[in-house]
Design a protein around this ligand. Sequence first.
Ligand code: TYD
Length: 208
Amino acid sequence: MTEARFITFEGGEGAGKSTQVRLLGDALTARGISHVVTREPGGTPGAEALRGLLLDPAHDWNARAEALLFAAARADHVANLIRPALAEGKWVLCDRFVDSSRAYQGGAGALGDEQIMALHAIGSDGFLPHRTFLFELDAHEAASRAATRDAGNGDRIGGRDAAYHAEVARRFRELAEAEPKRFVPIAAAGSPNDVHGRVLAALADYLP
Ligand code: TYD
């Protein structure tokens, strides 16, 4: 049996993370590896309720309030879904995790990394993934993919301006460079299957 792994998928909007989470889930199933697929914000009933509040354009949360709510949602998710699944020997594939808070609220929202990691220490004992894939896509292609997907109905955060998203991308890259053991940058250009091949290659050391 393989050791249960916690794998996260990060990147800006439109990078194809959700498709890649699904394809990796299928690949694990094909290998007989039990796993759960989840996402942030969300993953548990309480965190999904917070997701609704966070992404609803009716609310104008500032970066601090946003960071606190994301950390609260994550605390529930880690305690009630992620840790229990790993304890049962299941892999956990998660679409976004704390690195999104570091890039969006900490970087683009200017709160800084220390504050985000302090909230993560309080909420989730600083729990980190075994491996984090950073999906990187040219800004123009990412914006056009996200626009096609959202068809004018982007959420409160996804709908922010290009400068905000450029800062998110820059910050993600810095995080990946600072933690090369955990992060694997993945070129998100090309077909979903091409990108999936890159993900599998980058997991070869964990797979049977
Ligand atoms: P989602 O629809 O999951 O976005 P995507 O499909 O692009 O991954 O919405 C999540 C939004 O919340 C997205 O704009 C990124 C943002 N976010 C943060 O700002 N901080 C966080 O910690 C997380 C988990 C997400």
